[in-house]
Design a protein around this ligand. Structure first.
Ligand SMILES: Nc1ncnc2c1ncn2[C@@H]1O[C@H](COP(=O)(O)OP(=O)(O)OP(=O)(O)O)[C@@H](O)[C@H]1O
Length: 584
């Protein structure tokens, strides 16, 4: 957690302010019992009323000063921790966004949300507590001990018993609570996951009558969170008994031995009263520590989770420089896979093995194969969304791992299998990868993607606002916008991951024809990768890669493959029989 607190350097002057105000507050609290002792032993015993008024007024002034110091210190501590929470959330969010795609999948979106929100709040709250207690409690404790010693050294030794008892109890409680708090954070992750799935999949859940099942799933995760919270509270509930036992034991011991010292003439009554107050201050400071320690285990678990995330490697996410783009842009255009293998982190199975092929400028490379054959995985390796475990991917003969990442992505137009739509206007969505694209570029991209018609049918055309995740669009419309987004970039490498699957046959054919003529008219030629299920979508490709369980089963043109590849012929046959084509 202290690693996270390095950020506090920015707030050093505020922290100095909290320290100064806390000293004022605790100083006043430590001074008051001595003044009270003087009122009893001098003012009351001697019947000196003017002394009582004088010291009483001083006590009132000091108490007001302490109260003002306390309020201002609390305000400053709250401001520091809010500012710290704000910048920690910003760092966590930026890291979550910049994670390598494989790490993103491994941690999961739900856990990343919990870390960015709940975990940051835990650390922020404990910081606020620490700023107040970490300083106030030791000053009160040490000041209390010094003042108690100044009243009566011998009597002070009896206090030690209570203090040791309290410290031992708190340490034992912390040790037991730590693993339970770790489990609580995991349960919060799980509950976020369940809620997320239940809310985003609402249509399927209702259509399949799974509402009750989802409710049960939520109830289960909610109950398990409740059970862990109860377990944690059970442990933490020992805190107060340990504190009050130590407090009461100390008071009894002080009165027991103090009474003897008063009757022996070694201590005055006022001094004994002040001593009891100092004992209260010392134990109170330890109570404050225990509150802090009560919150520490959970915050430490959160801090560990945040550090785990913040220490992960991230992709560069700043602005790409002109040099990056020029460097990659200048490369001669070819994409080559050399003996590439890949396995998802944490998975036993190799998804791609020994993939080697070359795609040249102006060519269309189609990838076809059964579900789970590794087509999407292969495609995601070109923009380095996934990095090969073995082998190399070369663009213009240069290993992509050595190219500037942002420059590399700048020349790629990637259309993922599942179209991503952002809550923005239609034009905003098409311009997403090219913010400076002009209206004409946006319109042209929409036309080639066969999206212009449905866009113009909308009342506000390109300015129509789209709902979150594009829920007010059909699957095919989302795909077409996603294709238009890639086209608007005028990239040199197109990656279409099953991007025509939701289009009817006529639109699919028209889109591919428009795409071909658009690419022919471009100033510079490009390379196209098309992952598809339909033979018709790939039939005129320059080379078709048939992928079977992560390996290349065959490679060639449609005509070659019809002669040489049994796997390919089988796919063609299944679609001729209507299995693939009709369902598509
Ligand atoms: N994030 C992931 N973690 C672990 N395994 C994964 C992950 N994503 C995909 N896989 C596995 O990798 C294999 C290849 O998946 P991929 O998505 O590349 O297949 P595909 O050929 O594109 O399939 P489809 O045609 O159904 O989209 C599958 O067995 C899949 O279960």
């Amino acid at each position: 957690m202290f690693k996270l607190f390095r950020e506090l350097n920015h707030y050093r002057w505020f922290i100095v302010g909290v320290i100064a105000l806390t000293i004022v507050q605790t100083g006043s609290e430590l001074f008051l019992p001595t003044l009270m002792s003087d009122i009893v032993d001098i003012g009351i015993v001697d019947g000196d009323l003017s002394y009582i008024y004088k010291v009483g007024s001083a006590m009132l002034a000091i108490a007001i000063l302490g109260a003002v110091g306390s309020a201002m210190a609390s305000y400053l501590a709250a401001s520091i921790s809010a500012g710290f929470g704000h910048s920690l959330r910003e760092r966590t969010y930026a890291k979550a966004q910049g994670l390598r795609v494989s790490d993103f999948h491994r941690l999961g979106a739900s856990s990343l949300i919990t870390r960015t929100t709940n975990d940051v709040t835990q650390v922020q709250n404990v910081l606020q507590m620490m700023l107040r207690i970490m300083l106030m409690a030791p000053i009160m404790c040490i000041g209390g001990v010094v003042m108690a010693l100044s009243q009566d050294v011998k009597l002070s030794s009896v206090l030690l018993v209570g203090i040791l008892l309290l410290i031992a109890g708190i340490l034992l409680i912390m040790k037991a609570a730590f693993p339970v708090f770790r489990t609580i954070q995991q349960r919060v992750d799980r509950m976020n996951l369940v809620i997320r799935e239940a809310l985003t999949g609402v249509r399927v859940i209702r259509a399949f009558h799974r509402l009750n099942w989802e409710r049960e799933r939520f109830a289960e995760s909610n109950e398990s969170l409740r059970d862990q919270s109860i377990a944690a509270n059970r442990i933490m509930s020992l805190n107060m008994p340990v504190i009050s036992m130590s407090f009461n034991l100390s008071t009894i011991l002080i009165l027991w031995f103090g009474a003897e010292r008063v009757s022996g003439g070694n201590l005055q009554v006022g001094e004994l009263m002040a001593f009891i107050q100092y004992a209260g201050i010392i134990l109170m400071s330890i109570v404050m520590f225990s509150f802090l320690f009560g919150s520490l285990p959970r915050a430490m678990v959160s801090a560990a989770r945040l550090n785990e995330l913040l220490d992960m490697p991230s992709e560069p996410c700043g602005n790409r420089t002109e040099d990056d783009r020029t460097l990659v842009d200048r490369l001669s255009l070819s994409v080559e896979f050399r003996n590439v293998s890949y396995r998802y982190p944490g998975s036993e199975r190799t998804v791609l093995s020994g993939i080697s092929f070359r795609a040249n400028e102006g060519e269309v490379t189609a990838i076809i194969g059964g579900t789970g054959a590794g087509k999407s995985t292969l495609l995601q390796m070109v923009p380095r969304l996934l990095e090969p475990e073995e082998g190399q991917i070369l663009i213009g003969g240069i290993d992509v791992a050595t190219l500037p990442l942002l420059g590399l992505r700048e020349i790629i137009g990637y259309v993922p299998q599942k179209a991503e739509i952002f809550s923005d206007s239609i034009a905003g969505n098409i311009r997403y990868g090219t913010p400076d694209a002009g209206d004409e570029d946006v319109r042209r991209a929409a036309e080639v993607a066969q999206a212009a018609r449905f866009i113009m049918d909308k009342e506000e055309g390109f300015d129509s606002l789209l709902a979150q995740r594009g829920t007010n669009l059909s699957g095919g419309q989302k795909q077409r916008l996603s294709i238009a987004r890639a086209l608007a970039r005028n990239p040199r490498i197109y990656l279409f991951d099953d991007s025509f699957s939701a289009l009817d046959y006529k639109t699919d054919a028209k889109l591919r024809a428009e795409l071909r003529s658009h690419l022919r008219n471009q100033a510079r030629s490009s390379i196209l990768f098309i992952v598809a299920q339909r033979i018709r979508s790939v039939i005129d490709a320059d080379q078709i890669i048939v992928l079977n369980e992560g390996r290349i089963a065959a490679i060639g043109t449609h005509r070659d493959l019809m002669e040489t590849s049994e796997d390919y012929r089988e796919i063609v046959k299944s679609q001729e029989n209507g299995e693939g084509e009709e369902s598509a």
